[in-house]
Design a protein around this ligand. Structure first.
Ligand code: FEO
Length: 613
């Protein structure tokens, strides 16, 4: 009996769940099971995106036959050749002999390695950004080498803005009927498994994952369909942010993880004493793991989460204890970076574990290994507690400080505290007769819900300020995360008194009040009529009733913090940039030569409006 999930009008989940498998890839424990996701799109042509592991092939073929409902299978898009997704390709070919296999060159070669059917006669080879139109849908193919194997690609459904992400954004854990991440307690019940999946499966390839994230940042994504675990259709930015942390080896938390290897409990006692001392010094949520009791994959995952790592190992066969050696090599092989590491060694006659751990961890980039290593001879002695104190203090000293301020009558007004306020970013537009103008502001606030009323504070030096004072009418366009830096340059770094900011700009739209709003790189606009003004030294506060408000997209609103972190170019990056920038909207075309017939995908201006950077 089939067990499918209809996701949209023509998209179906046809995968399966395995709750019997003990070890994923025969190494990683999966007590919560795992899902093998495959998807079908029923268009004028029928499309299957990836297949499944052998273990769930019976239900997969029932699902596929049910969804196809007698139709032939036209295309199988193969994003990844690892057998947990590709094991049933040959069986698909046997059952649906007319199918065309859509894949890249490396995938075709791997298919020949794994199978014995005539691959060449069935494949349709694709390369970076090639597209396949199946009727209503157009699929674009984006190469993602080493996320997790060299042949990996992801497929973007341009029509529905759905990213079929291969292993990326996957997680351990079988699906419990809820297909979507927003239908489960992802943060509390799935995140640890998602991190363990990522760090152990693709953690080594952070650079390649960063490359994929960079490509993903240039497209609008409504839904992410991974090959394992829940599908993402909400809070996608939150999960991408986790991936950014993991791929850049940035700790998610200022936290301490202690891993110890102990044979008779003496090293374990030292670990517990150190953990207690850290707690006494104010460190919260210290995590302690016995490397013989906790699988290395869990500790590796914890090491990707925490900023500070402590390893205590007894000496065994003149080296590290066997499970600790395995863990240390695992961490080094996964390319962990940007951590502070503390060491404790034990040895009854010739302690060597500390030096060996230091030698291994020295291979990691940008890691600080604290000098205060403690050496135990068989068991910790009371006079060594000061050494553990020194180690605990050194760990705490290397953690960021959040000291409570001292309150005095002459308390300062720290500018940095003002920077902690969160703001959105907006293009404020106004119209005075035939003259249009706009500027960037960050001060739009909703005051009341009934009636809908907002306030804006506008610098008196702005030409837009004078226009609003005169006309009492304005629009606010809410900038979204896809707005480029040049848009800020265009509306924020020049005055409407000197230039006509809308001269030659195509694709602008006027709201019912006749004032322009920005229909691209924004997610909403709000029209308002001023009811009250309050004058300050440098700014006027306009209080206004909302007369029209429309949502334009679901791309998240850009915050001031996002602008500084992701949009405003870093000085070094400016020097590195090569390509062509659209003078109208700031879209960047990467490449030496701009095609003469190139059209800006954002503002639709032609190549003549691009300049080289
Ligand atoms: Fe889920 Fe790399 O396979």
């Amino acid at each position: 009996m089939y067990c499918v999930k209809k996701m949209t009008e023509d998209l179906y989940w046809v995968g399966g769940n395995d709750r019997r498998l003990a070890l994923f890839e025969n190494v990683y424990p999966i007590p919560r099971g795992v899902s093998y996701n495959a998807y079908v799109v029923l268009d004028e042509k029928t499309v299957l995106l990836d297949t499944v592991d052998h273990s769930v092939s019976p239900i997969f073929f029932e699902n596929l036959a049910h969804v196809l409902n007698g139709r032939k299978l036209d295309y199988l898009i193969v994003n990844h050749m690892e057998p947990d997704h590709a094991a049933t390709i040959e069986a698909v070919v046997l059952r649906y002999p007319e199918v065309t296999l859509v894949c890249n060159k490396k995938t075709a070669q791997m298919m020949k390695n794994f199978f014995s059917f005539d691959v060449d006669s069935r494949v349709h080879l694709v390369a970076e950004m090639d597209t396949l139109c199946t009727g209503k849908h157009t699929f674009a193919f984006v190469m993602a080498p080493m996320v997790h194997w060299p042949e990996v690609m992801v497929t973007y459904d341009v029509t529905t803005k759905t990213l079929f992400a291969a292993d990326a954004f996957g997680t351990f854990g079988a699906l419990g009927g809820n297909l979507y991440a927003d239908e489960v307690n992802f943060q509390t019940e799935w995140l640890d498994d998602a991190r363990r999946y990522y760090t152990n499966i693709v953690g080594k390839y952070g650079t390649q994952v960063q490359a994929l994230l960079k490509k993903a940042a240039t497209i609008e994504i409504e839904m992410i369909c991974p090959l394992h675990g829940p599908v993402w259709r909400k809070d996608i930015g939150w999960f991408i942010d986790k991936y950014v942390h993991w791929a850049t080896y940035t700790p998610e938390e200022d936290a301490v993880v202690i891993a110890y290897a102990s044979v008779y409990g003496n090293t374990e006692t030292a670990a517990n004493i150190l953990a207690g001392k850290l707690a006494d010094l104010g460190v919260r949520n210290v995590k302690v793991y016995d490397v013989s009791a906790t699988h290395a994959s869990e500790i590796v995952s914890e090491c990707f989460r925490a900023s500070h790592l402590v390893f205590l190992s007894t000496t065994y066969n003149a080296g590290m204890f066997v499970n600790m050696e395995n863990l240390v090599h695992d961490i080094v092989n996964h390319n962990l970076q940007n951590r502070t590491i503390a060491l404790v060694e034990n040895g009854s006659w010739a302690p060597t574990a500390g030096g060996l751990m230091r030698a291994e961890f020295s291979k990691l980039k940008n890691c600080t290994i604290l000098d205060e290593m403690v050496t135990i001879k068989s068991s910790l002695k009371p006079d060594q507690l000061t050494q553990l104190d020194a180690l605990a203090e050194a760990i705490v000293a290397s953690m960021p400080k959040h000291e409570a301020p001292v309150h005095t009558p002459d308390a300062p007004v720290e500018q940095n505290a003002m920077f902690s306020l969160s703001y959105g970013l907006f293009v404020l537009t106004a119209r005075d007769g035939a003259k249009d103008n706009g500027c960037i502001i960050n001060t739009v606030t909703q005051l009341t819900d009934t009636p809908k009323r907002i306030s804006i504070a506008v610098n008196k030096a702005n030409y837009t300020h004078d226009m609003i004072k005169k006309t009492g009418v304005f629009n606010v366009s809410v900038l979204s995360n896809d707005a480029p830096f040049a848009m800020f340059q265009h509306y924020g770094f020049q005055s409407g008194r000197d230039v006509d900011k809308f001269a030659g700009v195509q694709g602008m739209a006027r709201a019912t009040n006749g004032v322009y709003y920005l229909p691209y790189c924004t997610n909403a606009f709000i029209s308002a009529r001023v009811t009250q003004t309050i004058e300050f030294e440098t700014h006027t506060l306009f209080i206004a009733d909302v007369t029209e408000a429309r949502q334009l997209s679901e791309v998240p609103s850009m915050t001031y913090a996002y602008y500084f972190a992701n949009v405003k170019p870093k000085p070094s990056k400016l020097k590195e940039q090569h390509g062509w920038v659209c003078k109208i909207c700031g879209y960047v075309y990467e490449g030496e030569d701009l095609p003469a017939d190139f059209i800006c995908p954002l503002c639709k201006h032609g190549a003549e409006d691009f300049e080289k950077v």
